[in-house]
Design a protein around this ligand. Structure first.
Ligand SMILES: [Zn+2]
Length: 90
């Protein structure tokens, strides 16, 4: 059974069209401490459950998406355009 990702621009597409680029973390303020920036750049949690990740629709619309995935079941809970989320601040 193919895994499908619901791209907000292209509809349901096979996961092979996408490239995963890691956790979608909130970027620290420019003047944040060195420890905060070190965590943001180098340290990652290994959560079980709901997790936001940046996915690039490489073989489709070439937009950056934020895919909310359950790391235990691999179920896709939500997708949205990364730029749209930045505009709303969520
Ligand atoms: Zn797309």
């Amino acid at each position: 059974m193919a895994s499908l990702i619901p791209c907000p621009h292209c509809g349901q597409r096979p996961k092979e069209e996408f490239t995963v680029k890691g956790a979608a973390l909130a970027r620290p303020a420019a003047d944040a401490s060195l420890e905060v920036w070190f965590d943001y750049v180098y340290l990652r949690d290994n959560p079980r459950g709901r997790y936001d990740e940046h996915w690039h629709h490489t073989s489709g619309c070439r937009r950056w998406l934020i895919v909310t995935r359950n790391t235990a079941t691999h179920e896709i809970e939500d997708t949205c355009d990364s730029a749209a989320r930045e505009e709303t601040g969520q």
